[in-house]
Ligand binder design. Structure first.
Ligand SMILES: C[S@@+](CC[C@H](N)C(=O)[O-])C[C@H]1O[C@@H](n2cnc3c(N)ncnc32)[C@H](O)[C@@H]1O
Length: 352
């Protein structure tokens, strides 16, 4: 049975067997093991796999983590299928949090082992290494940081951007950031501002730098606080008394890569979808999307991302319950308000 909240659904005929938990105008969310779901997609059909797997943390999270020993092998099983399904110019973006060895203040190398394995053995190419700085991260692990005070807080995730080849589709013009005040002054009056001098790097900053390209080139350090309000998602979870997903990434993270690496109409897939941040951002950016998540309760709550705080609570409850009951919810354009307005990721400067 399908629950139609809106009938205007323009999703293409399903690429997958089985029915989705819900579908929107541009995408669909499926419950199941993503290895099986991914295998059903046509080879070479996906432009971007953007995901954040369960990390190899020592402290078991609610949804279960693999031990560090098995982790690389486990993740490789998914990555092999991802590579098959990517277009030749497709990208695989993997967000991995840092970790310590069990009972020791020695850092785990698992995220680097993943990187090496994927490139040395699975045929991926590292297009660029990114670092996501989350300034709102709480200090941890408590033992090394708060109690013994021998390690600083770890507020960086490594985000590996893999290509199937060295030439994944990419356009950094879509992710330019606002110019610094210094650069704005230079653009305003190059003659007044320009003082010829060679930088320590050997780059001669000439007047050619005073060209307005519409924004500065962002660095590979993405500074994004993980403190978004997640308005409708959080209020929806409260409405039905559901737990919020414990390890969501901020919408700005998938937004950056979706904008840079895909075009409207391209297919974006998240193979560890959780609360479906990726699918929601893909929808707002006009990309087709698929979300795979093994826990139905996480998917049920994720329908709230596609709603707004002011939506009819009865309809919100009905959509949530229908997913839990195994029905397919057609969200259509239910409550889709493009409230993800692009904001700068960093106050970076083109002259710095
Ligand atoms: C770190 S969370 C992803 C959170 C997501 N980025 C968000 O913003 O909500 C990882 C998710 O992967 C799911 N997962 C783990 N193994 C899976 C599998 N084999 N197939 C599908 N999902 C899986 C977990 O249930 C968990 O929700």
């Amino acid at each position: 049975m399908e629950l139609n909240l809106f009938t205007r659904v323009t999703t293409e005929p399903d690429l997958l067997q089985g029915k989705p938990a819900y579908r929107s105008e541009l995408g669909a969310a499926y419950q199941g093991d993503s290895r099986e779901l991914l295998s059903q997609l046509p080879d070479g059909s996906v432009s971007l796999v953007m995901t954040s797997p369960p990390f190899a943390l020592q402290r078991q999270k609610e949804y279960g983590n693999k031990s560090q020993d098995e982790y690389v092998e486990w993740l490789s099983d998914f990555a092999k299928i991802v590579r098959q399904k990517l277009k030749d110019d497709g990208s695989f973006v993997l967000d991995l949090g840092g970790s310590y060895e069990k009972g020791s203040p020695a850092r785990s190398l698992y995220n680097f082992r993943v990187l090496l394995k994927f490139c040395d053995e699975l045929g991926f190419v590292l297009a660029e290494d990114f670092y996501w700085h989350n300034p709102s991260k709480l200090p941890s692990p408590i033992e090394w940081v708060n109690k013994r005070k021998i390690r600083v807080k770890d507020s960086i995730n490594t985000v590996w951007w893999f290509g199937k080849t060295a030439w994944p589709k990419s356009d950094i013009k879509k992710v330019l950031v606002p110019y610094s005040d210094r650069m704005l002054k230079l653009l305003d009056d190059p003659d007044k501002f320009y003082k010829p001098k060679e930088r320590p790097s050997g780059h001669d900053i000439g007047k050619g730098f005073a060209k307005d390209n519409g924004g500065a080139i962002p660095p590979n350090l993405l500074q994004i606080p993980n403190s978004e309000s997640n308005g409708a998602y959080v209020s929806g979870c409260k409405l039905v008394n559901a737990d919020q997903h414990p390890a969501r990434f901020p919408a700005k993270l998938p937004e950056f890569f979706i904008r840079m690496l895909t075009e409207p109409g391209d297919l974006v897939v998240d193979i560890f979808a959780g609360s479906n941040t990726t699918g929601f951002v893909a929808e707002t950016e006009g990309r087709r999307w698929l979300a795979f998540e093994e826990r139905l309760d996480y998917l049920a709550a994720s329908v709230f991302r596609f709603m707004s705080k002011g939506d009819d609570p009865d309809q919100m409850r009905a959509a949530y319950q229908a997913v839990l009951d195994g029905e397919t919810v057609n969200l259509g354009n239910f409550g889709m308000h493009p409230h993800l307005v692009y904001q700068p990721i960093l106050g970076a400067s083109a002259t710095d």
